[in-house]
Ligand binder design. Structure first.
Ligand code: CIR
Length: 253
């Protein structure tokens, strides 16, 4: 169960965020409105939400998930692989100090973005991607070990981040799409398969028994409902334009 979340409001500079999506430039006002609804959904899931002010220096800083990994035993400040995002760690570190006394950091040449890390109990799957390298993943695994947890790596082929195409919904249920459907490391899970045409919806989040999914993905919606979850649909159009999904917009702990 989670008790807290940290989010950061999108800034006007969101129009300059990194993207490969080809879906156009995000509309600032719409992004703000979608972000407000997102915050309310987190509150409805029982979370106390800390809302950080926008940081105009970092266009992608609303995607707070990437700059820290918050475990029950320690926090890890990452070292983003995207150059324009490296400076985001300064602001998040200050906030995390309000919640954690045990704070670890990833150092160069290691790079890690925590969108590449999926928690399954005390085990963490770490994607090796264009943003997270093996050195960074090994640093994470060493830190996890120190606190009695474990980690293992998964090599990504096409996805931006591991959780772009995966979501763990507890109870051994794993939402998976594309390259992850044939990944041997995930064979032991009950796979909820998301078809390629709805791949964006594979990034959904389990929070205290409810599952938040993006609006407009009917197959995903029915599959997750059929699996027995209370599902909440949220409009994500503006964040999708920057390759950002539901998990990216918060740190949940
Ligand atoms: C980026 O490319 O870094 C942002 N535009 C999107 C980050 C999405 N974060 C995530 O998947 N965890």
């Amino acid at each position: 169960m989670f008790s807290n979340a940290i989010v950061r409001k999108p800034g006007k500079s969101i129009i300059n965020g990194l993207t490969d999506a080809n879906l156009g430039i995000p509309d600032y006002q719409k992004a703000i409105n979608q972000h407000k609804v997102y915050i309310n959904a987190l509150i409805d899931c029982g979370l106390k939400v800390k809302v950080l002010e926008a940081d105009e220096n970092f266009p992608d800083s609303t995607f707070v998930e990437d700059v820290a990994l918050l475990t029950p035993f320690c926090a890890i400040i990452t070292n983003p692989g995207a150059k324009s995002r490296k400076g985001e760690i300064v602001g998040i570190k200050k906030t995390i100090q309000e919640y954690y006394t045990k704070i670890e950091e990833i150092h160069s040449p290691g790079t890690v973005e925590a969108g590449d890390i999926m928690m399954v109990g005390t085990h963490y799957f770490i994607g090796i991607s264009e943003r997270t390298n093996l050195n960074g993943a090994q640093q994470v695994i060493q830190i996890l070990k120190k606190y009695g947890m474990t980690g293992s790596v998964i090599k990504l082929k096409n996805m931006l981040h591991l959780k772009t195409g995966l979501a763990y919904l507890e109870n051994n249920n794993l939402v998976a799409c594309g390259e992850f459907l044939s990944e041997p490391a995930f064979e032991k899970f009950n796979i909820i398969e998301i078809p390629l045409e709805e791949s964006y919806a594979a990034n959904c989040i389990w929070i205290n028994g409810k599952v938040l999914i993006p609006k407009g993905y009917p197959i995903t919606y029915s599959k997750i409902k059929e699996a027995g979850y209370v599902t909440v649909e949220l409009e994500m159009s503006e964040f999708r334009k920057l390759d950002g999904g539901l998990s990216c917009l918060s740190l949940r702990f």
